[in-house]
Write a protein that binds this ligand. Structure first.
Ligand SMILES: *Cc1c(COP(=O)(O)O)cnc(C)c1O
Length: 397
């Protein structure tokens, strides 16, 4: 083994420890749900994106099992070299009608949908204008592009600051195309992008809009169709990204838009071209998950009633839930060390909720991020609140 590499790894890992940035995953020993067994301990899980409880739904599991019997376990190739099964096409058609768009193209994850789509729709004559709090997978997709995008060149706007976005658009007139890209729901704060204002500015300055609805899929809009549906902006958002890994409970990501956009990405979306298609069971499970979302309002109703209830419970006890407008509910702590200590104490009290600290969020803006879901019972929420109160009491001693 190369000593240079091994020494560098060891030093770099030590630096992560020193900066309190070192991560080790805890291990689930039960299906995803509101209450899970993790690292040998039963805990209330507040860190899952399984918003609607579909990850372990009997109908979804049954569809996946039947698909394995019918189609086998693997697609055997990338989509365009014989890896496209009829069930993959069926999923895309279902998603397109769910999203009220001409076409949908599925990628193996939301992450690869970003890194496939963003660099494919711009050239070096273009500029990408981003919200400063955009998700890491958007940032990576943007970095893969030939367009201008850098913050130091002035192409990143302050979080949700429409005055700043307009100023930047005025400076961007000389580019051939202008792309504005934003999260629909921001993953660390749970706030919603001002999409109507963004779309108006885009129309005024001849830009196009891409919205990453990973945390809006299954959460906002009609039956969970996302932020374009939530704000009734049908036909005015050029590119929508959705994830199939969070509320839909399985895995995958997709780009929704015009038929031409899909045609282009089939030819130029690199993860689509060079990475194997989903197992057929994934597509079948997702079609079953969509059936539930389109026909049964109960999971989404329960997600929102639990979210409202959980926020109110916290606020009534004096916890600061910051600017959250969605199920993503941060509990403000401030200090990084304190937030990490709180995460450990909550774990000891039977609650799994992660501390989110710098550099994921600003310095001194550490928080515990809680994610209530349809899978939580009233008892789960009551027990979790008691744990939060006990931890606060211990910390204030
Ligand atoms: C989770 C997330 C993704 C990635 O989606 P996966 O399907 O998990 O790869 C992309 N964008 C945002 C905003 C996300 O929160």
């Amino acid at each position: 083994m190369n000593q240079g590499l091994q020494g560098w790894l060891s030093d770099s890992i030590q630096e992560l420890h020193d900066a309190s940035l070192y991560k080790t995953p805890r291990v689930l020993e039960s299906p995803a749900g509101g209450r899970v067994t993790m690292d040998g301990k039963e805990v209330i899980n507040f860190s899952s994106n399984n918003y609607l409880g579909l990850a372990n739904h009997p109908k979804v599991k049954q569809a996946a099992t039947e698909a394995i019997e019918k189609w086998g376990v693997g697609a055997g190739a990338v989509r365009w070299i014989g890896g496209t099964m009829a069930i993959h096409d069926e999923l895309e058609e279902r998603l397109a009608s769910f999203k009220h768009v001409e076409s949908v193209l599925v990628f193996t994850s939301g992450f690869t949908a970003n890194s496939g789509c963003i660099p494919a729709v711009v050239t070096k004559k273009d500029v990408i204008i981003s919200d400063e709090l955009n998700h890491a997978s958007i940032i990576d997709g943007v970095r893969l592009s030939a367009a201008s995008y850098r913050k130091k060149e002035g192409w990143v706007y302050k979080h949700k600051d429409m005055g700043h976005l307009e100023e930047i658009l005025k400076n961007a007139e000389s580019f051939e195309k202008r792309m504005i890209i934003t999260d629909g729901v921001f993953s660390m704060d749970g706030d919603i992008a001002p999409l109507p204002e963004i779309v108006e500015l885009a129309e005024k300055y001849d830009a196009f809009v891409m919205v990453d609805d990973a945390h809006a899929s299954g959460v906002l809009g009609k039956n969970g169709a996302g932020s374009t549906s939530h704000f009734d902006l049908y036909g005015r958002v050029d590119i929508q990204l959705g994830t199939l890994s969070k509320a839909l409970g399985v895995v995958g990501g997709y780009i929704a838009g015009s038929a031409r956009l899909k045609e282009w990405l089939i030819n130029r979306g690199r993860p689509y071209l060079f990475s194997t298609a989903h197992p057929p069971a994934v597509a079948a499970a997702l079609i079953a998950a969509l059936d539930i979302m389109e026909n049964d309002p109960e999971p989404m109703d329960r997600l929102w009633s639990n979210s409202r209830k959980w926020k109110k419970m916290l606020q009534d006890e004096g916890f600061d839930t910051m600017g959250s407008e969605t199920p993503i509910t941060p509990v403000y702590v401030g200090g990084e060390k304190e937030a990490q200590q709180m995460e450990q104490m909550l774990w000891d009290e039977g609650v799994y909720a992660l501390a989110i600290v710098y550099p994921t969020v600003g310095l001194g803006k550490a928080r515990i991020r809680t994610m209530p879901s349809a899978a939580h019972t009233d008892q789960d929420l009551d027990d979790a609140l008691k744990a939060f109160k006990r931890v606060r009491d211990q910390l204030s001693k």
